[in-house]
Design a protein around this ligand. Sequence first.
Ligand code: MN
Length: 230
Amino acid sequence: MAERLFESPAYPTVPAGDALYPVHRIFCVGRNYAEHAAEMGVEVDREAPFYFMKDAQSLVPSGATTPYPPGTENYHYEMEFVVAIGAPAFNASADQAKAAIWGYGCGLDMTRRDLQQVARNKQRPWDLGKNVEASAVMTALVPAAELGEIGPQRIWLSVNGETKQDAHLSDLVWSPVELIQHLSRFYHLAPGDLIATGTPAGVGAVKAGDVIRGGIDGLPEIELTLGEPE
Ligand code: MN
C-alpha cells in the first residue's frame, strides 16, 4: 500500500457534553434574516435558501485570539445560530430533519466584507470573502432537547461591550428543519456537518485589539479577540 506523502490533519472538534464532536463540513446560509439582507442592499429570496462553505480547518474555539487576516481592510463579525447534524439525512422530511439534529451552538462567521462585496458585484464566488482561515468560531454544542422549541431565544453580539446585533431566532427566514430539508436534497448530510444559519442585522467591522462577545439564550456564550496581523 502506498505511503501518504504527509500527515493529513484530523477533523477539528468542538466540545459536545462530555464528548467531542468532529467537524466534517461547515455549511453557511446567506441572508436568513430580512433586516440583515436589507442592510446588505438586497431582499430575502423566499424561493430557496442559498449557501456557501467554510473549510472545517478554519474552525477555532470560542475564547481564541485570531490574527487580523490578510487581504482585507473590512473584517466583519457575524453572530450565528449553528445546527449540528447527528444522524444521516438525505431528501429528509420535516420529521426526519428534526430527528437529524444533534444539537446547537453559537458561531461567528467572520468575513472579509470588502472581498465578499467585490465578488458579489462581479458575480463571482464568495470564497475569498468567506472561507477565511480561522474565521469559523464555535462554542461547545448543547443537545437539541435542552434548547426546546426554536424561536423565542434572543441572539446578540457586542464589540468591546457595545451591543451591535440584537434579534431573536424567530426572525430566521428559514428554520433549522427547513434548511436541513432543503440542503438534504443536494447533499447526504451526516454527523459532523454544521449549518451556520445566517446573521441578524447589525454587522460591522472590527480591528486588532477588539473583543467580540455573543450569545443565544440557552447556549454557551462565544468570545473572540482580534490580534495583530501576521
Ligand atoms: Mn454569515
